[in-house]
Design a protein around this ligand. Structure first.
Ligand SMILES: [Zn+2]
Length: 233
C-alpha cells in the first residue's frame, strides 16, 4: 500500500508541475493571440475606432469598375461602403475612377465588413483598406476627402460614419472636386434627414421622419449629408 501511495503522490506531483507549466504557456499563447489583432488595429482612437473583432478579409483588386466599385480576386464585385461617386458620363467620373484605381488597383487590400456584407445585387459590401507606407488608408475616406465621392451612409452600416462625414466637411469647406462644381439649380430651402437631403418637391422628402428645413446647401453638405440621388439637390 505504502509504495503505491508514494508512487501516486509522486505521479500527482509530476503531473501537477508540467500541467501548471502547460497552463502558463497556454495562457501566454492565448494572451498573445488576443493581443495580436490589437497591434494591427488600424484606428487606435477617434470617434469610431474600428472594433477589434470586426470581420475582415484579404483580397487583391483585379479590376476597377468605377469610383466606388471594384472587383477582387476572392470576393468578386465589391461595393465600397458608405460612399457614392459620380455615375458614368457625369462630371468627375473619370477622376474618381482613376483615384480609386491609383489607391487600390492591382493591390493586396484588407476588406472590413459592416452589418450588411452583401447587397441585393450580390455585391460584397466592404470598406477597403490599403497599405500606405506604415499607415493604412481607408480608400473611401480618401475619395471623400478629395471631393471625388460623397458620403453615402445606409444604416445599419455605420462603421467609419463619423470619419467619412469629417472628410466630406473638409472637402466641402475647401471646395474640392464635386463641391467646386457649379451647384445644381438652387432651391429656397432643402429637406434634410438623418443621412440625406432633398429638394422640397422630391417624393423621398415626404418619407423622412423628423425632416428639417435648411437653406444653406453648403452647410448641409458640410454636415456630411448626401444629396438624394433621385432629386439631385
Ligand atoms: Zn430627393
Amino acid at each position: 500500500m505504502r509504495p503505491t501511495a508514494a508512487l501516486l503522490r509522486r505521479l500527482r506531483r509530476g503531473l501537477r508541475r508540467p500541467s501548471l507549466g502547460a497552463l502558463i504557456i497556454f495562457l501566454v499563447i492565448v494572451f498573445a493571440a488576443a493581443r495580436g489583432p490589437l497591434r494591427t488595429t488600424l484606428w487606435p482612437g477617434g470617434p469610431d475606432a474600428a472594433p477589434v473583432r470586426e470581420p475582415r478579409a484579404e483580397d487583391r483588386i483585379v479590376q476597377i469598375v468605377d469610383g466606388d466599385t471594384v472587383i477582387g480576386a476572392v470576393h468578386g464585385t465589391i461595393r465600397v461602403l458608405s460612399i457614392d461617386t459620380p455615375e458614368s458620363g457625369r462630371p468627375l467620373f473619370d477622376e474618381a475612377t482613376a483615384a480609386l484605381a491609383h489607391l487600390v488597383g492591382g493591390k493586396q487590400v484588407e476588406l472590413l465588413f459592416d452589418v450588411e456584407t452583401v447587397d441585393r445585387y450580390g455585391r460584397a459590401l466592404a470598406h477597403v483598406l490599403v497599405a500606405d507606407g506604415d499607415a493604412r488608408l481607408l480608400a473611401g475616406e480618401e475619395l471623400v476627402r478629395r471631393g471625388l465621392a460623397s458620403v453615402f451612409i445606409i444604416p445599419p452600416n455605420m462603421l467609419f460614419a463619423e470619419r467619412l462625414k469629417a472628410a466630406q466637411k473638409e472637402a466641402v469647406l475647401n471646395d474640392r472636386g464635386l463641391w467646386a462644381l457649379p451647384p445644381p439649380a438652387p432651391e429656397p430651402y432643402y429637406i434634410v434627414g438623418a443621412y440625406k437631403f432633398h429638394r422640397p418637391s422630391c417624393v423621398h422628402a415626404a418619407q423622412i421622419p423628423n425632416p428639417r428645413r435648411q437653406k444653406d446647401r453648403k452647410a448641409i453638405l458640410a454636415e456630411g449629408k448626401s444629396p438624394c440621388r433621385n432629386c439631385a439637390p
